[in-house]
Write a protein that binds this ligand. Sequence first.
Ligand SMILES: [Zn+2]
Length: 95
Amino acid sequence: MSFWNDLKNQVNEINDTNDAKTKAIKDKKIAMDEQGIAYCPKCLSVSVQPMKKGFSFGKAVVGGVLTGGIGIVAGSIGANKIKMHCNKCGYKYKA
Ligand SMILES: [Zn+2]
């Protein structure tokens, strides 16, 4: 059954590249931190939005997420920690 052999090989490949993947994720996080891009710490999706009450930049931020320009918006918020919500996995965190 070549299907199962293929599957087995694929699993082995995943295990082999696990370290490389972890490193790639780490590099991606560092790169996004440097660029000021908001991302979900759980799934690394950049589809995140602030939950702060009365926060009027919501739509602007969502638009910024789509174009990858959230860094500018996040920078303008200042030092205030805001609650962020991941649209992909639903994870909530403070940024
Ligand atoms: Zn997420």
